[in-house]
Design a binder for this molecule. Structure first.
Ligand SMILES: [Fe+2]
Length: 131
């Protein structure tokens, strides 16, 4: 039986449309507000239809000086063209784009995980240095 972590797929977001993109500064000052954006499809658009879409992105932070990680945000994308008239006939489609503002006290690694309803779990990471 595979460990849950083994279900997480990763790839370069510039060539794989499912890999989440983390847009955050490389460095920041301890205690200052930092906005961390995460998205899927920045380079190659992912479908956004009733049948095939990104359902959520989570953002986590693992400080270098701590054993445990912190969940920074949970972002659910819940409208994908559903309608009483039929699939994709609805008036709303939530794009898989989100942003979270945090303050950090230590350098570490940001992680984004995303979930496609057809192609499963994906992850990416980015370093952030706190001075
Ligand atoms: Fe997909």
């Amino acid at each position: 039986m595979a460990a849950f972590g083994e279900l997480l797929q990763s790839a370069d977001w510039k060539s794989e449309k499912h890999a989440p993109v983390i847009d955050a500064p490389d460095r920041a000052t301890s205690g200052d507000r930092v906005t961390i954006a995460a998205s899927v499809g920045k380079e190659i658009a992912h479908p956004n239809t009733t049948e095939h879409h990104i359902q959520w992105i989570e953002v986590h932070f693992k400080p270098d000086n701590d054993k445990f990680s912190h969940q920074l945000s949970v972002n659910r994308f819940t409208a994908h063209g559903e309608s009483a008239k039929g699939a994709n006939e609805g008036a709303a489609f939530t794009e898989p784009v989100c942003a979270t503002t945090v303050t950090l006290k230590a350098s570490g690694t940001l992680y984004a995980t995303s979930y496609c309803n057809i192609h499963g779990l994906w992850e990416s990471s980015k370093r952030i240095e706190i001075e």
